[in-house]
Design a binder for this molecule. Sequence first.
Ligand code: OXD
Ligand code: MN
Length: 593
Amino acid sequence: MIVNQKAKKWIDEMAALTMPDRIVYIDGSEEQLEALRREAIASGEIIELNQELMPGCYLHRTALNDVARVEHRTFICTKNKDDAGPTNNWMDPEECYEKLGKLFRGSMRGRTMYVIPYSMGIVGSEFAKIGIELTDSIYVVLNMAIMTRIGDEVARALGEDGDFVKGLHSKADLDEENRYICHFPEDNTIWSINSGYGGNVLLGKKCFALRIASYLGRKEGWMAEHMLILGIENPEGEVKYICAAFPSACGKTNLAMLIPPEVYKKKGYKVWTVGDDIAWLRVGTDGRLWAVNPENGFFGVVPGTNEKSNPNALKMIQRDTIFTNVVHDLDTNTVWWEGLNDNPPKNAIDWKGNPWDGSKYDKKDKSTYGAHPNSRFTTKATNCPCLSPEFHNPNGVPISAIIFGGRRAKTAPLVYQSFGWQHGAFVGSIMASETTAAAAGQVGVVRRDPMAMLPFCGYNMGDYFRHWLDMGKKIANPPKIFHVNWFRTDDEGNFIWPGFGENMRVLMWILDRCEGKVGAVESPIGYLPRPEDINIEGLEGVTLDTLRELLHVDRDTWLGEVNDIREFYAKIGDRVPKEFHEELNALEARLKA
Ligand code: OXD
Ligand code: MN
């Protein structure tokens, strides 16, 4: 039960606006969730899958026009336009409340409003933050129950006068033209209307844990980042932790759950997953940077998940999982997606709800695909076979290395190390990647995506860069900062590096660098590994020559990058720290030397 006075008043106001028939408070109990599942099955909102083969698994299909985050309809509403900055869409807060208020008015008529108290981070821990989401979607309730900690224990932690993020969501009528995902960082508020896609409506995730939290982090002296967190345990049982930022759908979940190659496994190395998408970082009393994963589950991209790419993920989605927009195999009442195996079902329904015959599926012809490229699983963190025991530690884990990465066919080498925190922050700021299906729009275009935060930074990107530099000054023992690129291709467009579990070989070089155990070659862009320092034992098809190719830095291509970055900085404007311009000039000078 909610006893918080501000919350009660706000819920009353939002109910008066949206006019639901009923208000149901979500207590977090299994009985209540089960009753909601039954209701959603009866209405067709979710389909119950084969409970013998896949216990606790369900399938949901979104509307056809509602399959990804909508960045062009996502707004940061600050009083001063410059505080949102040129990389965000902006609306004046009053204008936005008024405009969306009209859309929300009566939008829950005939429906139930669910009140979900949720915590990002371990309930009641020093670093956790509380939100309340009001929604008219059972799908949202069921997903929030997986992705966050919800219910009575959160309402108790909120108490009578605690602060919380106010999240209002209505599917309304899923009208694309009136779809808005709006953030009001100055009053801890999120309004989302006319969507049912996870990234737009599970308000704890991108909206709160990144956009609102990045704003709060700057105010309060910590950081909210689009990063996975993993631990590598050596044969002596010591674990070192790494955070890595990649743009959406570039393999964060796969890297977070990787299985070490045989050479490492037999020596006793293990990999532990702490998080796959979001890290909240703060400076510990020991002067190191500590990370927690504020989420409680994984909302991952399904296509491409298989026994080779991510066996841990495949295992964890066999039970207690909600699938969205994958193929429904009618013979077995299970699910299928592109990249799972070579046996697509013949008697099936595709993500659009149409009959689908897998014998007509042709890998080379996307029009024959049955699952949406951004189809998703939602599953509890505790389902993950390699979940770190530290996942439950409210203090989080100390970070040895930060990795930035993107999907680049040519420019970026397999790995390089920055010269220090300031240069490392600069390396993060110039990140670029070829776009994927996680956001609506054209796929395969290169776009600058600083720290993988372009769609998720809740304030001016220039101020965000400054915050990175300020944080660096507060960390006595800062993590070392690296950049990786698993996606370099040869002239025929084939990936040169095998990726997946083999990426551990690169992580090992990174950790060796952190511990001063291995040398490096200084290049204009940073420290590069000597090819012989990347362990390729037991790796077929990769030779020292392959590594030389993967580590090659082409000066002309990079001088082209410099020009592109200069234009990008100009777009962000005069809040880009002068230190970053100096780093860019220094990079150019080194390339020309
Ligand atoms: C995600 C995304 O869902 O980045 O994690 O789009
Ligand atoms: Mn993400």
